[in-house]
Design a protein around this ligand. Structure first.
Ligand code: ZN
Length: 435
């Protein structure tokens, strides 16, 4: 496979990213969309496989929101080339018993999921989607279905005449101000809207998990469309790059040496705990299960981890043109400057020198430029699933991602070229033995 000839049309890669984001309106929808693309490419559920062979394509979905997809490699020992990402994004989550009426309007109570920039959620159409649980009329069994409501909601801002200080920064009270409005008091309640969206008798609906999302499509910005602005780039951009790379590697004639693994966890934005978060034993159990099916013993599984590698993929901060003083003095990633290696002495990223050196070699082989990020020395900064995953699986690794402006805004802005370069670097990583 000629790696350098892959993903050379960055606009096309980002149109595919935009389509993926439009379909991936909640973590559950994102996992369903990834499953759809994997199945179309010949991946089959790991399920009750009792045999696996080099070149087999398998995937597993846990709890509807954590996905593991694997190309079985042809190395005799269980060595893994992993890409780890997350499929959840900051959002407003609907609370139980959410219906409220105020001043003759219907509205829904929410709680904040993760760390959104709340001001960006006002004065724009908001969609509502998630999954519902109901009793099947014929079998009496518990079933679930993904839903997207047709109705759009709104969080109106206060007029500036009632809030003269708003441009000096404004506090937003989640309990009283984050209740999206959608109807007059005489309108339908949430149960009726959900029953219609799910095509289920309202009496059969038992419970639901719902998130508000930005339904507007991605836009291409800048002279010549050099940037893509979209909701949920954190971290659907990394899920998309990992998936595109895995599908490309799966379609190649050669079987990779290491087992190529894409792992997309849920719950990163709230600390990665829970059954489908990266701090759980989920990934470790899935890998061990595959190793055992391949005939490896536990000792071999553990030994294989020493030679394996985790590429933790999540977005990075690009230097902000109007607030450049917040960037580090010398580590200043730019949009369309290439994927970014993220390092922190406090180990909020897993990057160490050998991990970064490996990623440099991968980028060199793929013909991809690469940048570095470090927090300004007096600022905290974020973290990723990398350190949590490496707490469950003792893996060498690196934290890498494409740069964006306004991380956790409802709409984030990224470089079109970076997405294509990251896809290409990940194909190189999945398809070859580690350098
Ligand atoms: Zn993220």
């Amino acid at each position: 496979m000629d790696i350098r000839s892959l993903f050379t049309n960055a606009r096309e890669t980002c149109l595919s990213l935009a389509d993926f984001i439009r379909r991936s309106i909640t973590p559950w929808h994102a996992v369903a969309e990834m499953e759809r693309r994997l199945v179309a490419a010949g991946f089959v559920p790991l399920g009750n496989h009792t045999r696996l062979e080099p070149g087999d394509l398998v995937y597993d979905i846990a709890f509807g929101s954590a996905l593991t997809a694997v190309i079985v490699g042809d190395a005799p020992e269980p060595v893994w080339s992993l890409v780890g990402t997350h499929c959840d994004s900051p959002a407003l989550a609907v609370k139980p018993a959410a219906d409220q009426v105020a001043e003759g309007y219907r509205r829904l109570a929410t709680e904040v999921y993760g760390g959104p920039i709340l001001s960006t959620w006002f004065d724009r159409p908001l969609g509502l989607a998630g999954r519902v649980w109901f009793t099947d009329a014929e079998t009496g069994r518990l079933c679930s279905r993904l839903v997207e409501l047709e109705t759009r909601f709104v969080l109106p801002n206060l007029a500036i005449h009632m809030n003269r200080e708003v441009n000096k920064g404004v506090a937003i009270d989640p309990k009283s101000e984050l209740l999206p409005v959608y109807a007059t008091a005489e309108g339908r309640d949430l149960l009726s809207l959900l029953a219609e969206a799910a095509d289920v008798d309202p009496a059969a609906l038992l419970d639901w998990e719902l998130r508000f999302f930005d339904p507007e499509p991605a836009s291409f910005l800048g002279d010549g469309g050099i940037w893509i602005q979209a909701p949920r780039l954190d971290n659907l951009a990394s899920c998309h790059a990992g998936l595109e790379a895995l599908l490309t590697a799966a379609a190649a004639e050669e079987v990779p040496g290491n087992h190529a693994v894409l792992f997309c966890a849920d719950a990163e934005e709230v600390g990665s705990h829970g059954k489908s978060g990266a701090a759980s034993l989920l990934l470790r159990d899935r890998l061990e299960r595959i190793a055992l099916i391949l005939g490896a013993g536990r000792a071999e599984f553990l030994a294989g981890l020493d030679q394996s590698f985790l590429l933790s993929a999540d977005l990075a901060h690009a230097v902000h043109p109007n607030r450049a003083e917040l960037a580090d003095a010398t580590n200043r990633p730019r949009l369309n400057g290439g994927p970014v290696i993220k390092s922190a002495a406090n180990l909020s990223y897993i990057t160490d020198a050998p991990g970064a050196a490996r990623f440099h070699l991968i980028c060199q082989a793929a013909g991809v430029p690469c940048q570095s990020f470090s927090n300004r020395s007096d600022l905290g900064g974020g973290s990723t699933i990398g350190p949590l995953l490496s707490g469950q699986l003792p893996l060498a690794g690196v934290d890498v991602g494409t740069p964006v402006w306004a991380m956790h805004s409802l709409r984030e802005t990224a470089g079109v070229e970076d997405q294509a370069w990251f896809c290409r670097a990940l194909v190189q990583y999945f398809s070859h033995r580690l350098p």
